[in-house]
Design a protein around this ligand. Structure first.
Ligand SMILES: Nc1ncnc2c1ncn2[C@@H]1O[C@H](COP(=O)(O)OP(=O)(O)OP(=O)(O)O)[C@@H](O)[C@H]1O
Ligand SMILES: O=P(O)(O)OC[C@H]1O[C@H](OP(=O)(O)OP(=O)(O)O)[C@H](O)[C@@H]1O
Length: 207
């Protein structure tokens, strides 16, 4: 009997693409994967336990070792800097992080404000540019901030660009490209190396 692997999956946008990739790699996932409110799904045949968490929390479960593996957006990994190994770029859920704002505007000379869901990434980016900014943490609808005068700029995810366009905002700088990654708990990586290598190899072939 092979040892069980616990895999933290992000609910939301990444989930379907990640499930599709696992299926392509030859893993048989039950119908619950397609339509269920369950947060733990055991797949006995593969000896997998899937836990379904918020995307921002995947790396937390993996760092603490309650999940051996996880699938997380690079944006989350940059923001949280968890103690996990990033072993594979799954090349799914592609998007990028950018600085945006109202067109034809300059950042305020005194204490310019930047609204974002990614305060660490944004602070590091502006520090590297030698610009002192005040970071305002928001949890969503980031594009609202410059429209309503809360901030001069935002740092947010852009995918199709539709949200920026429909809100009359423009992109000023691209920070970095984002895809989803396979992450591993460092202890699991040592003690469950065979099973983990197996899944990494299977996924590598279908990326
Ligand atoms: N257009 C996009 N907007 C946001 N995230 C995207 C986009 N495209 C791909 N992603 C990836 O999906 C992840 C976020 O997924 P999702 O939007 O389902 O979660 P969330 O932001 O926690 O959602 P919620 O709005 O429920 O809090 C990001 O970490 C990123 O890697
Ligand atoms: O370039 P686009 O394809 O328009 O995608 C980018 C938008 O999608 C995300 O928001 P989400 O839909 O997750 O809502 P949120 O603002 O509540 O986080 C992101 O924060 C942008 O607002």
């Amino acid at each position: 009997m092979t040892e069980q692997l616990t895999i933290a999956m992000p609910k939301g946008r990444i989930f379907q693409e990640a499930a599709e990739l696992l299926r392509k790699a030859g893993y048989r996932l039950p119908p619950e994967f397609d339509d269920s409110r369950k947060l733990i799904i055991d797949v006995e045949e593969e000896n997998f336990r899937f836990i379904l968490s918020k995307p921002m929390d995947v790396a937390t479960y993996v760092e603490h070792g309650v999940a051996d593996l996880g699938i997380a957006g690079k944006d989350v990994l940059l923001e949280e800097e968890r103690d996990v190994y990033e072993v594979l770029d799954l090349k799914i859920s592609g998007c990028y992080l950018a600085v945006a704002g109202l067109p034809g505007t300059k950042m305020n000379d005194v204490a310019p404000k930047v609204a974002t869901k990614y305060p660490n990434v944004a602070a590091a980016y502006f520090r590297e540019q030698g610009e002192q900014v005040e970071i305002i943490k928001l949890n969503g609808s980031i594009e609202l901030a410059p429209l309503i005068g809360l901030s001069d700029r935002i740092v947010d995810i852009v995918s199709t660009g539709r949200t920026l366009k429909e809100n009359g905002l423009v992109e000023y700088e691209t920070i970095t490209a984002i895809t989803s990654r396979l992450i591993v708990n460092p202890v699991s990586y040592r003690i469950k190396d065979e099973r983990i290598s197996e899944i990494v190899n299977a996924l590598s072939k279908v990326i």
